[in-house]
Design a protein around this ligand. Structure first.
Ligand SMILES: *Cc1c(COP(=O)(O)O)cnc(C)c1O
Length: 427
């Protein structure tokens, strides 16, 4: 089928995510993809500079992952995950334990980043409930946070245009200002205040980089101080590593850059290399201990039909093998160093600001592009500009960022940089 054969009326049956139903851009039919490149039905090549919403780390249509899925599908495609288990899930749990903090002891499976957050929140609330401390219900989250699109994850995210229709249905949280070098003392004092009253169940955060909030970055030192204070008061620390995991910030997990370990870690996006959806909520012995009981009332009563799907676990295990290989570590370092040189180039433009870099993520803000919302003028102009030139970049308001698959070549990266420089010269 070429794109002419996919009729508009047929395409219109689909309600696409984060997109108004009346949408001037339409949706480009993609026929196939390889490594960092997408191929349209019309014969165009597009470089995927955002890893298809941050999920793809080893490139598209990766053969090692595809073969693992194929093999698993013929062996055991799925089995109910209560009362049964299987080798791919056990292997994945063991693999994850080799890169999670040493005091971690359990992984819980779900389907995506949002559900990994739901599970983390339920674990945290029930941790206190199981110990007769039902009064601990307060959650503290960071200003600008994005933790997903289900109700619990929306509740602990920033209140924004994205969630406005649902405000009446979201539970209350306390919000801590986003920490910066300038405000940290005040933020820390506020955190001290918020955590004093013995009602706080958990502190949830995107470590080092807030993704959807605009690739906002803060230092390991600040995060470490916040976690240390929270943990000194017994507050459960939940690291949302959904975007920052899998080498994205330069280390396996962003929290590997601090001395303190969170109590719960949420993992998704890169876990299957971008091939299939999977969410993991991992926790330490302390959390686990509150659930060690034969009573059903103390069990975590949560699950999904496809929990622990063997094909998805097989994809994750194959992705893990690629992730552990030296080639992957080298690629992460290579991209970081290329970004570093690009940052120097960016400094000559005075209509951009806050140029920032963590691991394989480089970002900056455009000045003078009106409001900074998701639907800003910047977005309407930038997104098509790059697509026409064969580069997929999806700005977050006036924030332009690159977050490429690790297999992107130097030539492809340079093409992306050149297109960005061209845009900045013209605008
Ligand atoms: C994408 C994302 C989520 C939600 O994950 P989904 O798989 O889209 O539900 C949660 N937290 C962070 C930090 C994310 O980037």
């Amino acid at each position: 089928m070429n794109s002419a054969e996919i009729k508009q009326a047929d395409k219109d049956l689909i309600w696409h995510p984060f997109t108004p139903l009346v949408n001037p851009f339409g949706h480009i039919p993609i026929k196939s993809a390889k490594r960092a490149r997408l191929f349209t039905h019309g014969g165009k090549t597009i470089i995927d500079a955002v890893s298809s919403w941050w999920v793809n780390i080893h490139g598209h249509a990766n053969e090692h992952i595809a073969n693992a899925i194929h093999k698993q599908a013929l062996e055991l495609e799925h089995v109910i995950f209560a009362g049964f288990t299987h080798e791919p899930a056990v292997r994945l749990a063991k693999n994850l334990m080799t890169i999670l903090p040493a005091n971690y002891s359990k992984v819980f499976f779900s389907d995506n980043g949002s559900t990994s957050i739901e599970v983390a929140l339920k674990m945290a609330f029930q941790y206190w409930y199981n110990q007769g401390q039902e009064h601990k219900t307060k959650i503290i989250s960071l200003d600008g946070a994005y933790h997903g699109d289900t109700f619990g994850s929306m509740s602990v995210s920033e209140r924004s245009g994205f969630t406005r229709p649902f405000f009446p249905f979201l539970f209350d949280i306390d919000t801590l200002e986003f920490p910066t070098e300038e405000n940290f003392e005040k933020v820390f004092a506020h955190f001290d205040e918020l955590t004093k009253d013995n009602a706080c169940a958990a502190f949830i955060f995107e470590p080092l980089v807030q993704g959807a909030g605009g690739m906002r970055m803060y230092t390991p030192e600040m995060l470490q101080k916040l976690i240390a204070l929270a943990q000194s008061r017994g507050i459960i620390c939940i690291a949302d590593e959904v975007m920052t995991g899998w080498g994205r910030t330069g280390t396996n997990f962003a929290c590997d850059q601090i001395a303190a370990d969170p109590d719960i870690t949420c993992i998704s996006k890169g876990i299957t290399g971008g091939a299939l959806p999977l969410g993991i909520t991992a926790c330490n012995k302390k959390i686990e201990s509150a659930f060690q009981s034969e009573e059903i009332s103390k069990a975590l009563l949560h699950g999904h039909s496809y929990t622990g799907n063997p094909m998805i676990c097989a994809a994750a295990n194959a992705s893990f093998e690629l992730f552990e290989a030296q080639e992957c570590k080298d690629n992460i370092m290579r991209i970081h160093n290329k970004h570093k040189a690009f940052v120097e180039q960016l400094k000559s433009f005075d209509h951009i600001e806050n140029i920032r870099l963590t691991g394989t993520i480089v970002a900056f803000d455009l000045k003078g592009f009106g409001e900074t919302g998701y639907d800003s003028e910047a977005r309407k102009k930038i997104y098509p500009y790059f697509l026409e030139r064969g580069v997929l970049i999806r700005p977050l308001g006036n924030v332009i960022y690159l977050l490429p698959p690790y297999v992107i070549t130097d030539e492809e990266l340079e093409l992306v940089y050149e297109t960005l420089i061209e845009f900045l010269n013209e605008n």
